[in-house]
Design a protein around this ligand. Structure first.
Ligand code: BMA
Length: 330
Protein backbone atom coordinates (compact mmCIF):
# COMPACT_ATOMS: atom_id res chain seq x y z
CA UNK A 1 0.00 0.00 0.00
CA UNK A 2 1.51 3.33 -0.98
CA UNK A 3 -0.83 5.58 0.90
CA UNK A 4 0.90 8.54 2.53
CA UNK A 5 0.00 11.00 5.26
CA UNK A 6 0.25 14.51 3.84
CA UNK A 7 1.31 16.82 6.62
CA UNK A 8 3.79 17.37 9.42
CA UNK A 9 6.78 15.24 10.34
CA UNK A 10 6.54 14.50 14.07
CA UNK A 11 9.67 12.49 14.93
CA UNK A 12 8.77 12.49 18.65
CA UNK A 13 5.16 11.41 18.11
CA UNK A 14 4.01 9.50 21.22
CA UNK A 15 4.25 5.87 20.18
CA UNK A 16 4.21 2.30 21.36
CA UNK A 17 4.35 -0.77 19.10
CA UNK A 18 1.39 -3.12 18.98
CA UNK A 19 1.79 -6.09 21.31
CA UNK A 20 3.33 -9.05 19.47
CA UNK A 21 0.61 -11.43 18.32
CA UNK A 22 -2.15 -8.82 18.65
CA UNK A 23 -4.35 -8.09 15.66
CA UNK A 24 -5.93 -4.93 17.07
CA UNK A 25 -6.41 -2.22 14.46
CA UNK A 26 -6.06 0.46 17.14
CA UNK A 27 -4.21 -0.36 20.35
CA UNK A 28 -4.18 1.44 23.68
CA UNK A 29 -1.15 2.93 25.40
CA UNK A 30 -0.19 0.54 28.18
CA UNK A 31 0.32 3.45 30.63
CA UNK A 32 -3.22 4.81 30.14
CA UNK A 33 -4.73 6.97 31.42
CA UNK A 34 -2.23 9.78 30.85
CA UNK A 35 -4.35 12.26 32.88
CA UNK A 36 -6.27 11.09 35.93
CA UNK A 37 -8.72 12.64 38.45
CA UNK A 38 -7.94 16.12 39.88
CA UNK A 39 -4.79 16.82 37.83
CA UNK A 40 -4.50 20.44 38.99
CA UNK A 41 -6.17 22.76 41.47
CA UNK A 42 -9.12 23.99 39.39
CA UNK A 43 -9.83 20.76 37.54
CA UNK A 44 -11.66 17.66 38.70
CA UNK A 45 -11.42 15.93 35.31
CA UNK A 46 -9.48 16.68 32.10
CA UNK A 47 -10.64 14.81 28.99
CA UNK A 48 -12.02 15.21 25.41
CA UNK A 49 -9.12 17.52 24.58
CA UNK A 50 -7.08 18.72 21.60
CA UNK A 51 -3.32 18.47 21.09
CA UNK A 52 -0.98 19.79 18.38
CA UNK A 53 2.74 19.39 17.72
CA UNK A 54 4.52 22.78 17.87
CA UNK A 55 8.26 23.25 17.26
CA UNK A 56 9.22 19.80 18.52
CA UNK A 57 7.00 20.01 21.61
CA UNK A 58 3.26 19.72 22.21
CA UNK A 59 0.57 22.19 23.13
CA UNK A 60 -3.09 21.64 23.67
CA UNK A 61 -6.45 23.06 24.59
CA UNK A 62 -7.98 20.94 27.31
CA UNK A 63 -11.50 20.45 28.52
CA UNK A 64 -11.29 20.91 32.27
CA UNK A 65 -14.39 20.20 34.31
CA UNK A 66 -14.29 22.29 37.48
CA UNK A 67 -15.34 21.19 40.93
CA UNK A 68 -18.69 22.91 40.35
CA UNK A 69 -19.22 20.62 37.35
CA UNK A 70 -18.84 23.25 34.61
CA UNK A 71 -16.30 22.73 31.83
CA UNK A 72 -13.77 25.39 30.77
CA UNK A 73 -10.79 25.43 28.40
CA UNK A 74 -7.20 25.57 29.65
CA UNK A 75 -3.93 25.51 27.74
CA UNK A 76 -1.55 22.62 28.42
CA UNK A 77 2.12 22.10 27.56
CA UNK A 78 4.17 18.95 27.15
CA UNK A 79 7.64 17.96 25.93
CA UNK A 80 6.63 14.42 24.99
CA UNK A 81 2.87 14.62 24.34
CA UNK A 82 2.21 12.35 27.31
CA UNK A 83 3.09 14.27 30.49
CA UNK A 84 1.21 17.56 30.69
CA UNK A 85 1.37 20.81 32.66
CA UNK A 86 -1.65 23.08 32.63
CA UNK A 87 -2.20 26.79 33.00
CA UNK A 88 -4.03 27.30 36.28
CA UNK A 89 -6.29 29.92 34.66
CA UNK A 90 -8.66 29.32 31.75
CA UNK A 91 -8.12 30.75 28.27
CA UNK A 92 -8.98 34.44 28.22
CA UNK A 93 -10.98 35.16 25.08
CA UNK A 94 -11.14 38.65 23.56
CA UNK A 95 -13.16 39.63 20.54
CA UNK A 96 -11.49 41.28 17.53
CA UNK A 97 -11.79 44.69 19.22
CA UNK A 98 -10.07 43.45 22.37
CA UNK A 99 -13.21 43.21 24.54
CA UNK A 100 -13.54 40.30 26.92
CA UNK A 101 -15.80 37.52 25.59
CA UNK A 102 -15.71 34.56 27.94
CA UNK A 103 -17.94 31.55 27.30
CA UNK A 104 -20.07 30.56 30.29
CA UNK A 105 -18.98 26.99 29.59
CA UNK A 106 -16.78 25.40 26.95
CA UNK A 107 -16.16 21.78 26.10
CA UNK A 108 -14.86 19.23 23.58
CA UNK A 109 -12.27 21.52 21.91
CA UNK A 110 -10.51 20.73 18.65
CA UNK A 111 -7.46 22.58 17.33
CA UNK A 112 -6.04 22.80 13.80
CA UNK A 113 -3.26 24.85 12.26
CA UNK A 114 -4.25 26.50 9.00
CA UNK A 115 -1.43 28.50 7.46
CA UNK A 116 0.17 30.35 10.41
CA UNK A 117 -2.83 30.32 12.75
CA UNK A 118 -4.21 27.80 15.22
CA UNK A 119 -8.00 27.69 15.18
CA UNK A 120 -9.94 26.36 18.16
CA UNK A 121 -13.51 25.12 17.90
CA UNK A 122 -15.54 24.00 20.88
CA UNK A 123 -19.04 23.55 22.16
CA UNK A 124 -20.15 26.84 23.67
CA UNK A 125 -23.34 28.44 24.97
CA UNK A 126 -25.60 30.86 23.14
CA UNK A 127 -29.05 30.19 24.58
CA UNK A 128 -28.17 26.53 24.05
CA UNK A 129 -25.20 24.51 22.84
CA UNK A 130 -23.55 25.80 19.68
CA UNK A 131 -20.14 26.02 18.01
CA UNK A 132 -17.57 28.47 19.37
CA UNK A 133 -14.63 29.48 17.16
CA UNK A 134 -11.41 31.24 18.07
CA UNK A 135 -7.81 31.60 17.04
CA UNK A 136 -4.33 32.03 18.43
CA UNK A 137 -0.82 32.21 17.07
CA UNK A 138 1.05 31.67 20.33
CA UNK A 139 -1.28 29.87 22.80
CA UNK A 140 -1.11 33.00 24.98
CA UNK A 141 -3.38 35.48 23.21
CA UNK A 142 -6.70 34.10 22.04
CA UNK A 143 -9.16 35.92 19.78
CA UNK A 144 -12.74 34.76 19.76
CA UNK A 145 -14.56 34.87 16.42
CA UNK A 146 -18.30 34.71 15.82
CA UNK A 147 -20.02 31.45 16.66
CA UNK A 148 -20.27 29.30 13.54
CA UNK A 149 -23.90 28.29 14.06
CA UNK A 150 -27.10 29.05 15.90
CA UNK A 151 -28.06 26.47 18.54
CA UNK A 152 -28.18 23.58 18.65
CA UNK A 153 -24.97 22.16 17.25
CA UNK A 154 -21.95 20.28 18.62
CA UNK A 155 -18.76 18.61 17.37
CA UNK A 156 -17.51 21.44 15.17
CA UNK A 157 -14.29 20.17 13.58
CA UNK A 158 -12.24 22.10 11.01
CA UNK A 159 -10.29 20.49 8.20
CA UNK A 160 -6.60 21.39 8.61
CA UNK A 161 -6.40 23.34 5.34
CA UNK A 162 -8.68 25.25 3.02
CA UNK A 163 -10.32 23.06 0.39
CA UNK A 164 -10.87 24.74 -2.98
CA UNK A 165 -10.10 28.06 -1.31
CA UNK A 166 -12.59 27.74 1.55
CA UNK A 167 -12.51 26.79 5.22
CA UNK A 168 -14.55 23.67 5.84
CA UNK A 169 -16.09 22.65 9.17
CA UNK A 170 -17.72 19.36 10.06
CA UNK A 171 -20.59 19.79 12.50
CA UNK A 172 -23.42 17.88 14.08
CA UNK A 173 -26.81 19.58 14.47
CA UNK A 174 -28.35 18.50 17.77
CA UNK A 175 -30.82 19.44 20.48
CA UNK A 176 -30.59 21.12 23.87
CA UNK A 177 -30.09 17.93 25.89
CA UNK A 178 -28.31 14.62 25.57
CA UNK A 179 -29.23 14.48 21.90
CA UNK A 180 -30.83 11.16 20.91
CA UNK A 181 -30.08 11.60 17.16
CA UNK A 182 -27.39 13.07 14.95
CA UNK A 183 -25.65 12.97 11.58
CA UNK A 184 -22.43 14.62 10.43
CA UNK A 185 -22.73 17.61 8.10
CA UNK A 186 -20.15 20.05 6.80
CA UNK A 187 -20.24 23.78 6.02
CA UNK A 188 -18.00 26.13 4.02
CA UNK A 189 -16.72 29.63 4.77
CA UNK A 190 -14.57 32.20 2.98
CA UNK A 191 -13.69 34.12 6.12
CA UNK A 192 -14.31 31.87 9.17
CA UNK A 193 -17.32 34.05 9.98
CA UNK A 194 -20.13 33.35 7.51
CA UNK A 195 -20.86 29.67 6.97
CA UNK A 196 -22.89 28.12 4.16
CA UNK A 197 -22.92 25.55 1.35
CA UNK A 198 -23.98 22.92 3.88
CA UNK A 199 -23.68 19.27 2.93
CA UNK A 200 -24.76 16.07 4.63
CA UNK A 201 -21.67 13.86 5.05
CA UNK A 202 -22.91 10.72 6.76
CA UNK A 203 -25.68 9.42 8.94
CA UNK A 204 -26.10 7.24 11.99
CA UNK A 205 -27.16 3.66 11.49
CA UNK A 206 -25.80 0.91 9.32
CA UNK A 207 -26.05 -2.82 9.78
CA UNK A 208 -24.48 -2.67 13.26
CA UNK A 209 -25.82 -0.99 16.38
CA UNK A 210 -22.68 0.71 17.75
CA UNK A 211 -23.39 3.88 15.71
CA UNK A 212 -27.16 3.51 15.60
CA UNK A 213 -28.15 6.46 17.82
CA UNK A 214 -25.86 9.29 16.68
CA UNK A 215 -22.42 10.03 15.29
CA UNK A 216 -20.07 13.02 15.50
CA UNK A 217 -16.72 13.98 14.00
CA UNK A 218 -13.73 13.40 16.27
CA UNK A 219 -10.25 14.78 15.60
CA UNK A 220 -9.49 17.09 12.67
CA UNK A 221 -9.37 14.85 9.58
CA UNK A 222 -5.93 13.60 8.54
CA UNK A 223 -4.97 14.29 4.93
CA UNK A 224 -3.68 11.24 3.06
CA UNK A 225 -2.90 10.62 -0.59
CA UNK A 226 -6.18 8.66 -0.88
CA UNK A 227 -8.56 10.95 0.97
CA UNK A 228 -9.29 12.54 4.34
CA UNK A 229 -9.10 10.01 7.15
CA UNK A 230 -11.73 11.00 9.68
CA UNK A 231 -12.11 9.30 13.05
CA UNK A 232 -15.58 9.77 14.47
CA UNK A 233 -17.57 8.66 17.49
CA UNK A 234 -20.60 6.44 17.17
CA UNK A 235 -23.17 6.08 19.92
CA UNK A 236 -25.33 3.15 20.83
CA UNK A 237 -28.39 3.66 23.06
CA UNK A 238 -28.61 0.91 25.66
CA UNK A 239 -31.07 0.40 28.51
CA UNK A 240 -28.28 1.67 30.75
CA UNK A 241 -27.47 4.82 28.74
CA UNK A 242 -25.30 5.78 25.78
CA UNK A 243 -22.11 3.90 24.83
CA UNK A 244 -19.51 5.89 22.86
CA UNK A 245 -17.17 3.96 20.55
CA UNK A 246 -15.19 5.18 17.61
CA UNK A 247 -14.65 4.27 13.99
CA UNK A 248 -13.18 5.88 10.87
CA UNK A 249 -14.18 6.99 7.39
CA UNK A 250 -12.30 8.05 4.28
CA UNK A 251 -13.66 11.23 2.67
CA UNK A 252 -12.99 12.52 -0.83
CA UNK A 253 -10.11 15.03 -0.89
CA UNK A 254 -11.85 17.67 -3.03
CA UNK A 255 -15.47 16.99 -2.13
CA UNK A 256 -15.17 15.86 1.48
CA UNK A 257 -18.92 15.34 1.90
CA UNK A 258 -18.46 12.25 -0.27
CA UNK A 259 -17.76 9.17 1.87
CA UNK A 260 -15.49 6.70 0.08
CA UNK A 261 -15.12 4.12 2.86
CA UNK A 262 -16.51 3.75 6.37
CA UNK A 263 -15.88 1.22 9.12
CA UNK A 264 -18.72 -1.24 9.51
CA UNK A 265 -17.50 -2.29 12.98
CA UNK A 266 -16.11 0.00 15.68
CA UNK A 267 -12.35 0.35 16.00
CA UNK A 268 -12.34 1.00 19.75
CA UNK A 269 -15.09 0.61 22.33
CA UNK A 270 -15.10 0.96 26.13
CA UNK A 271 -13.43 -2.12 27.62
CA UNK A 272 -10.78 -0.98 30.10
CA UNK A 273 -11.64 0.12 33.65
CA UNK A 274 -10.82 3.76 32.89
CA UNK A 275 -13.29 3.63 29.97
CA UNK A 276 -16.10 1.77 31.71
CA UNK A 277 -15.87 3.36 35.17
CA UNK A 278 -15.83 7.09 35.79
CA UNK A 279 -18.03 10.16 35.82
CA UNK A 280 -19.90 8.90 32.74
CA UNK A 281 -19.16 5.21 32.19
CA UNK A 282 -18.68 3.69 28.74
CA UNK A 283 -17.34 6.65 26.80
CA UNK A 284 -14.37 6.70 24.39
CA UNK A 285 -14.42 10.15 22.76
CA UNK A 286 -11.52 11.10 20.41
CA UNK A 287 -10.79 14.82 19.92
CA UNK A 288 -7.24 14.86 18.50
CA UNK A 289 -5.01 12.72 16.31
CA UNK A 290 -1.38 13.45 15.50
CA UNK A 291 -0.09 11.83 12.32
CA UNK A 292 3.57 11.59 11.35
CA UNK A 293 4.10 12.06 7.60
CA UNK A 294 7.40 10.13 7.70
CA UNK A 295 6.05 6.90 9.21
CA UNK A 296 2.24 7.06 8.73
CA UNK A 297 1.93 6.51 12.50
CA UNK A 298 -1.07 8.00 14.26
CA UNK A 299 -1.48 8.82 17.95
CA UNK A 300 -5.09 9.40 19.00
CA UNK A 301 -6.04 11.40 22.11
CA UNK A 302 -9.39 10.36 23.50
CA UNK A 303 -11.44 11.10 26.56
CA UNK A 304 -12.37 8.07 28.64
CA UNK A 305 -15.56 7.95 30.73
CA UNK A 306 -15.71 11.78 30.83
CA UNK A 307 -12.95 11.53 33.43
CA UNK A 308 -9.57 10.59 31.97
CA UNK A 309 -7.37 11.41 28.97
CA UNK A 310 -5.99 8.39 27.16
CA UNK A 311 -3.89 7.53 24.10
CA UNK A 312 -4.29 4.95 21.38
CA UNK A 313 -2.07 4.17 18.43
CA UNK A 314 -2.44 2.93 14.89
CA UNK A 315 -1.03 3.47 11.42
CA UNK A 316 -2.73 4.73 8.30
CA UNK A 317 -2.09 1.29 6.73
CA UNK A 318 -3.86 -0.52 9.57
CA UNK A 319 -6.96 1.64 9.34
CA UNK A 320 -7.01 1.59 5.53
CA UNK A 321 -6.63 -2.16 5.48
CA UNK A 322 -9.71 -2.53 7.71
CA UNK A 323 -11.60 0.12 5.73
CA UNK A 324 -10.90 -1.70 2.48
CA UNK A 325 -11.87 -5.10 3.89
CA UNK A 326 -14.91 -4.20 5.95
CA UNK A 327 -16.35 -0.95 4.67
CA UNK A 328 -20.03 -0.12 4.77
CA UNK A 329 -21.10 3.17 3.20
CA UNK A 330 -24.79 3.98 3.49
C1 BMA B 1 -21.60 14.24 24.67
C2 BMA B 1 -20.63 15.35 25.00
C3 BMA B 1 -19.27 14.77 25.34
C4 BMA B 1 -19.37 13.63 26.32
C5 BMA B 1 -20.43 12.64 25.92
C6 BMA B 1 -20.62 11.55 26.93
O1 BMA B 1 -22.90 14.75 24.47
O2 BMA B 1 -21.10 16.07 26.09
O3 BMA B 1 -18.50 15.78 25.92
O4 BMA B 1 -18.12 12.97 26.39
O5 BMA B 1 -21.65 13.31 25.72
O6 BMA B 1 -21.07 12.06 28.16
Amino acid sequence: MNIKVIGQSIPNLPWQDRKPGSNEIIWRYTENPIISWNPFKAAARVYNSAVVSVDGKFKGVFRCDYKNGRPHLHVGFSDDGIHWKFNEDPIVWKDKLGNSWQPSYAYDPRVVKIEDTYYVTWCTDDHGATLGVGMTKDFENFTRLENATVPFNRNGVLFPRKINGQFVMLNRPSDSGHTPFGDIFLSHSNDMEYWGKHRHVMGKGGSGWWQGTKIGAGPAPIETSEGWLMFYHGVSGTCNGFVYSFGAALLDLDEPWKVLLRTRDYLLTPEEDYETRGFVPNVCFPCAALADADTNRICIYYGASDTYSALAFTTVENVMDELKKNSEVF
